[in-house]
Design a protein around this ligand. Structure first.
Ligand code: LMR
Length: 337
């Protein structure tokens, strides 16, 4: 809260009260590097918002958690100290909303196609609408990709995780996932993860490879197992009061800029992760393991109970609606040994 105070004063100047000739400043804060899918998409949004509004809006992108870290940023948005964010879907629990944690269920999505059927359909739209009573407008979903586990020991079997301190995002489902493997989950803000791994405060973590590589975590993680066991994506959100006070033509232009940025984010996400994996292999500091079918099946069997346990937390109807949209069937996904 102390860090929010100076920007709060600036935030009181809402667009409706701004002097006509001055550009409306829109602060877009995020916690990742510029050369990630989210970093690139935010940059495209910044450029197109300026072009499409004829300079009426100046988007300032603050990457890398420079302004706010994980939980702080949502509070800053609600207070109007920043106007847009794209937090990962795992981080909405701070609003007292557990529903977005459904996206953290292990092995829920086989690929981006299944995921799109959920976020672009009624489930995705209903979730974004639930943000409005909290003063937040949900505008779009952006992909990052599928997470893999890393540590300083090879992680091939569930028993390899036993007792490891694994960094997670602040999500009850991710907490349950790590506990199901016998690991000890530790919530840490994203910008602090590299330091915590380097200092041995935590032993391992899970990331899409673009996040792992751009934070240089591969330099402090000797092993990476390409489990692709969970999805990490973002909801692009705005301060509702700010957005609704914008002149209608400005709002239309920003929606257009955002549609272009969303297309871009979702187009480059897979490629960014593929390139990051090549870069990790080239760096030679991390041994990369591709799990065998049997290893993957064992991990799956260890993690599927997390689905049943999470139903109470995130809502049984929601979990069932996601299964229906993707065709998910726990029996098929983890056949008995
Ligand atoms: C994380 O904390 O691991 C991610 O949410 C970071 C991000 O924004 O991709």
């Amino acid at each position: 809260m102390r860090r929010l105070a100076p920007l709060l004063l600036a935030a009181l100047a809402l667009p409706g009260t701004a002097r006509a000739q001055r550009p409306i400043v829109l602060r877009f804060s995020h916690v990742v590097a510029l050369d990630t899918p989210k970093g690139q998409a935010a940059e495209l949004f910044r450029r197109r918002a300026g072009e499409l509004t004829g300079g009426k809006v100046r988007v300032e992108v603050h990457p890398g958690g420079q302004l706010y870290k994980d939980n702080e940023e949502i509070e800053a948005l609600q207070l109007g100290a920043v106007q847009m964010l794209a937090p990962s879907l795992s981080k909405f629990g701070v609003l007292g909303m557990r529903e977005f944690e459904a996206f953290d269920l292990p092995f829920l999505f086989d690929d981006y196609g299944e995921l799109r059927r959920v976020v672009d359909g009624p489930v995705g739209r209903a979730l974004l609408q639930k943000l409005e009573p909290r003063g937040i407008l949900g505008l779009a979903y952006w992909d990052n990709g599928f997470k893999s586990f890393s540590a300083n020991v090879p992680l091939r079997r569930p028993e390899d995780f036993r007792g490891l301190r694994m960094r997670i995002q602040a999500s009850g489902v991710l907490d349950a996932q790590m506990r199901a493997l016998g690991a000890v989950p530790q919530v840490l803000p994203f910008p602090d993860v590299y330091g915590a791994l380097a200092a041995g405060v935590v032993d391992g973590t899970e990331n899409p490879i673009s996040n792992l590589y751009t934070q240089r975590m591969h330099e402090v993680q000797k092993h990476l197992t390409l489990t692709r066991h969970g999805y990490l994506g973002y909801a692009v959100i705005a301060n509702k009061r700010f957005w609704e006070a914008l002149p209608a033509e400005v709002r239309r232009a920003l929606h257009q800029a955002l549609a272009e940025a969303t297309q871009h984010a979702n187009r480059i996400a897979r490629q960014a992760n593929d390139e990051a994996l090549l870069a990790v292999r080239r760096a030679g500091t991390t041994q990369v393991h591709e799990p065998t079918r049997e290893e993957r099946a064992r991990l799956l069997r260890a993690l599927l109970p997390v689905h049943r346990a999470a139903e109470e937390r995130v809502g049984k109807d929601l979990v069932r609606a996601i299964y229906a949209a993707t065709g998910f069937d726990p029996e098929q996904r983890a056949p008995a040994p």
